[in-house]
Design a protein around this ligand. Structure first.
Ligand code: GLU
Length: 311
């Protein structure tokens, strides 16, 4: 009989503001998925976007996780300290002739001719795929770098959302892995980081489900095994809006002044479907209750009254 692999999961927040309810929900689910299997929990600050992220926010995130009672075994290097590793992977793809420079401007990419995919992104039509060296030399701006994608169907059996499939050529197109200013993009960084730290379980928000085929393709190219995926539903306000960092009343600073951590954990665990009633509970007490099959698939509406009672 095959021995079950030791689970390695992670929470990978972007430190671009105070942690909010949606992040706390993702952190709790990722933590429970790991702890219920006696696995190893990693924390990684995804600070690729240096315009929006700040070390102070990363520090607050760590404090907020501690307040919630969610620990981690190792914090792996933040992405701004990983440039060497990304460059090596980039050069590997370049050596395999899988990359090409793209000179398209934002307005060209947004042009009406480009078909839109369901998540609002564009299928890149391959405009720069076959430019001659002479044509490439005629541009006076630094190019972004795109990865050529195969005309192949990528399927994932998500533990919460079920089957998700995408043909990379038809539904996504060649995608950018390094921007014109030299910065690496999320898809490359997350695949390399998860792969190099042996992450074999990824639990995160459903908004990232459509990234999986791109990440599967990159895993294949770099020889990383495919992790198990579980994409948790979005938390939405009563009017259907996605809760975001703009909802300041949902950030942990405000919530901490009105609720205890066990109270908040109980609310989130009940909203997820893990327990039946939103009673105060610690994350440790939930470990035995956790099962992927209990987690709701569809978006979850959290109704909050003026007194911070969740209804
Ligand atoms: N950094 C991403 C976020 O905060 C999550 C990335 C991931 O879990 O793959 O939304």
């Amino acid at each position: 009989m095959q021995e079950k692999q030791h689970t390695v999961g992670r929470f990978a927040p972007t430190p671009s503001g105070r942690m909010h309810l949606g992040n706390a929900f993702a952190a709790l689910m990722a933590w429970l998925a790991v702890r219920s299997q006696g696995g190893t929990m990693l924390l990684r600050m995804e600070d690729l976007d240096t315009q929006r992220t700040k070390p102070e926010y990363a520090q607050l995130l760590r404090q907020d996780l501690q307040w919630l009672g969610l620990d981690w075994d190792t914090e792996t290097p933040c992405q701004t300290n990983r440039t060497e590793a990304y460059i090596q992977c980039f050069e590997q793809l370049q050596a395999q002739n899988l990359l090409y420079p793209c000179y398209c401007t934002r307005s060209q990419l947004h042009s009406v001719n480009a078909p839109h995919t369901s998540d609002g992104t564009y299928v890149y039509p391959g405009t720069c795929r076959n430019l001659t060296p002479l044509r490439q030399a005629s541009f006076d701006r630094a190019p972004a770098w795109r990865l050529k994608v195969p005309d192949r169907l990528y399927s994932v059996q998500d533990r919460i959302q079920g089957l998700y499939r995408e043909n990379l050529a038809a539904d996504c197109g060649d995608f950018v892995i390094r921007r014109g200013d030299g910065a690496f993009v999320y898809q490359l960084a997350v695949t390399v980081d998860d792969g190099q730290w042996g992450v074999n379980q990824v639990v995160r928000g459903v908004d990232l489900l459509s990234s999986v085929p791109r990440q599967m393709y990159l895993q294949e190219l770099f020889g990383f095994p495919q992790p198990e995926y579980a994409h948790i539903p979005l938390l939405v306000a009563p009017d259907g809006r996605r809760l975001s960092k703009r909802d300041r009343d949902m950030d942990l600073g405000v919530l901490q002044s009105r609720l205890t951590a066990p109270h908040l954990i109980g609310i989130l665990a009940c909203a997820a479907g893990i327990i039946d009633r939103a009673e105060p509970v610690s994350p440790r007490e939930l470990v035995g209750e956790f099962q992927f099959s209990k987690i709701h698939k569809d978006k979850i509406c959290l109704k909050l009254s003026k007194t911070y009672d969740f209804l």
